[in-house]
Design a protein around this ligand. Structure first.
Ligand SMILES: *Cc1c(COP(=O)(O)O)cnc(C)c1O
Length: 339
């Protein structure tokens, strides 16, 4: 394994070029080409491509982690592959087979092994993208598609330990409409959330909490993470619908029920209810579990557990990261070994 010149202690969640990516295309009614590992770098694209003009594109986010024993592990990669199949179908794009997706994810990680940070220094973030690359002028499915898997080494999410974040509930913006594409990991959902995020950062918050577009009453999610709270000793999370069905969310639900023996309820949660929660946290691949220290609504800050990490939050974080790093039993076969 060649050495790369990266200061592992300074890694952030930011773009860095790596060595190798996987790329394949699909023309018209023909099947997906076999594709191949190719040098990472810019690609040529037709200015009339479906993705550039009408946002016909989806993505995934996963990570590969190095364990203490120097293995490299993936977490539930087939679930990401299946989610990408579903996302693609919603965007009228030909799905890429989930089993093959996992095969090529492993190949790309192996080909970039020197970019997988040492144990405890972060992870190799895996970004599969699938988009309409063929030219289309009217709003219609593109005639051809491209699927790429590239990787970027990223630092640990919590550099200075687990730190509860400050959030703000907005009624100024919605992330997704009822019956829209909120449950799909399509590129279309994200550009519009950048301005609200910058505005909330300027007001001193880490992220926004979006409410449902129909009633402006129920919590949807936190920017790019799913929402959870502990209410009267039960774990409560917004039901699926217009939220993104997170794989971390599904894993946390399983662990809370099976391992912590806590009742988990998926339902509508009004924001007023949340102010009485004993613990609040959000989940996603990058940070796994992020404790929420306070939520501000209409200028009033509601603080949870004195800005300290609650027991349920900590236990779920320890359980899930333990499984992901091969340090705790994995009865669900969630972990897939690359090396
Ligand atoms: C990807 C994503 C999540 C988290 O999903 P995971 O599978 O847990 O990483 C949550 N919300 C949004 C909007 C997302 O795009």
């Amino acid at each position: 394994m060649t050495k790369v010149n990266i200061d592992w202690d300074k890694l952030e969640f930011a773009y860095l070029p790596t060595k190798t990516m996987y790329m394949t295309t699909k023309e018209g009614d023909k099947p997906w080409e076999p594709g191949a590992l190719v040098p990472f770098g810019p690609i040529q694209i037709n200015p009339c491509a479906g993705v550039l003009n009408y946002g016909q594109g989806v993505f995934e986010g996963m990570k590969a982690q190095r364990t203490k024993k120097n293995e490299i592990l993936l977490f539930r990669p087939l679930d990401n592959g299946k989610r990408m199949e579903e996302s693609s179908a919603r965007m009228t794009m030909p799905p890429y087979d989930a089993q093959k997706y996992v095969y090529w994810v492993k190949k790309v990680v192996t080909a970039n092994e020197e970019y997988v940070p040492p144990y405890g220094k972060g992870s190799l973030y895996i970004r599969p993208i699938l988009f309409g690359s063929g030219p289309v002028l009217g709003v219609a499915p593109a005639p051809s598609y491209t699927f790429i898997i590239f990787v970027v080494p990223v630092g640990p999410y919590f550099k200075s330990g687990f730190k509860p974040i400050k959030l703000e509930i907005t009624k100024q913006y919605h992330r997704s409409a009822t019956k829209g594409t909120g449950n799909v990991k399509t590129v279309c959902n994200y550009a519009g959330t950048i301005k609200p995020a910058l505005e909330t950062h300027a007001r001193g918050f880490d992220q926004l909490i979006y409410l449902d577009a129909m009633h402006e009453k129920y919590i949807e999610e936190v920017g790019t993470a799913n929402f959870f709270c502990v209410l009267n000793g039960e774990v409560v999370t917004p039901k699926l619908g217009s939220i993104l069905p997170g794989i971390t969310r599904a894993s946390i639900i399983t662990l809370a029920k099976d391992k912590l023996k806590i009742n988990v309820i998926e339902r509508d949660i009004s924001y007023e209810e949340v102010f009485d929660a004993s613990e609040v946290f959000c989940t996603g691949t990058a940070a796994v579990v992020t404790p929420i220290g306070s939520i501000t609504f209409e200028g009033k800050e509601h603080i949870f557990n004195n800005f300290k990490v609650g027991k349920v939050t900590q236990d779920l974080y320890d359980l899930l990261t333990g499984i992901q790093l091969g340090e705790k039993p994995d009865p669900y076969n969630w972990v897939v070994k690359v090396k």
